[in-house]
Design a protein around this ligand. Structure first.
Ligand code: RRO
Length: 310
């Protein structure tokens, strides 16, 4: 019995990763992920220049998940590229590198720098940050997304995936899949947080995070059914060369199993990693193995994508 997962010509020990943004802002946190039982890991989405992000409190754990409006705090592109190039001197396992420029021009500038560098890993272009005041999520603008991807693939030849926000309408799955199928994407990562929820502390009669009058991205248990729907919708619409990374509401082995059944190849954990720390990867790999043993599966490939309808 094995959790081994082949993705981008590499076999990872298991499909689990952190979701970008959680436990990956500093090199200290990244080294903790290196040393954990995560199959792979990804850096915090970065901009060209360092950003302080939104005022605190900006992340809040709630009983059914989390709400955040971090506002893209990060140490800047060079910090993560230096880390990545150093990492690659010691490791052969591919690293995932997330970028989230504040404009198309900034994204293209970072991609050009990655293209010219020695970086051998996989780049994730985040088209779905819900928390920068005044900046709508790019991937809700279908024309702008197609236009950006055309410009990206005119200059970028290394492996590239994109991080998408959740969609809520079958027509939107169809439209977005038609756009994405035109491009040589390595993967699509669904979903980013459900944007702009509002959590209220009833006793205080107040919001729980400071930015944007309390509005923020939802993660955790709240979002699993939406995440599963997005994974399934893209798995059944995208060409088979485009793999799916499933993110959203993965807290235990059963959640992971469901994402795999919907067609995900790798699995990312955000809210629950924030709650438990990197030791979650020990627990969740054991839980997934146990479910597979009970069901008589020896490999993930035996059930990946095989969700039944009735
Ligand atoms: O930093 C954030 O506020 C943030 C980002 Br870039 C993102 O993609 N998703 C999210 O929930 N928060």
């Amino acid at each position: 019995m094995t959790l081994e997962t082949t993705f981008f010509n590499h076999t990872f020990a298991n499909p689990f990763m952190n979701a970008s943004g959680v436990h990956c802002m500093t090199t200290t946190e990244l080294v903790e992920l290196e040393q954990s039982n995560a199959g792979a890991f990804i850096t915090k989405s970065c901009t060209l220049n360092e950003r302080a992000g939104n005022p605190e409190p900006r992340y809040f754990d709630v009983p059914l998940g989390s709400i955040n409006s971090m506002g893209l705090p990060n140490r800047g592109f060079d910090y993560y590229l230096d880390y990545a190039l150093n990492y690659e001197k010691q490791q052969t396992q591919p690293l995932f590198f997330s970028i989230a420029g504040m404009s198309a021009a900034e994204n293209l500038e970072m991609l050009t720098m990655i293209e010219k560098s020695d970086f051998q890993g996989i780049t994730e272009l985040n088209l779905s940050c819900p928390n920068v005041p005044g900046k709508p999520q790019l991937a809700y603008d279908f024309e702008a997304t197609e236009d950006l991807l055309q410009q990206v693939f005119a200059r970028f030849t290394k492996p590239l995936g994109i991080k998408l926000p959740p969609y809520f309408d079958l027509a939107h799955f169809d439209q977005m899949a038609e756009i994405l199928n035109q491009f040589p994407l390595t993967y699509v990562n669904s979903i980013n947080s459900i944007g702009n929820g509002l959590y209220i502390d009833t006793q205080k009669e107040a919001v729980v995070i400071k930015p944007k009058e309390g509005f923020g991205g939802l993660g955790g248990e709240y979002v699993k059914p939406t995440a599963l729907a997005n994974v399934r919708a893209f798995y059944t619409r995208l060409k088979p060369e485009i793999k799916i990374i499933g993110t959203g509401g993965i807290r235990n082995g059963q959640d992971a199993f469901e994402h795999l059944l919907c067609g995900a190849t790798m699995l990312q954990i955000g809210t629950e990693l924030h709650k438990e720390g990197p030791k979650i990867f020990d627990r969740i790999t054991k839980e997934l193995e146990q479910i597979m043993t009970e069901k008589g599966y020896r490999t993930i490939d035996e059930f990946r994508g095989k969700l039944k309808t009735i």
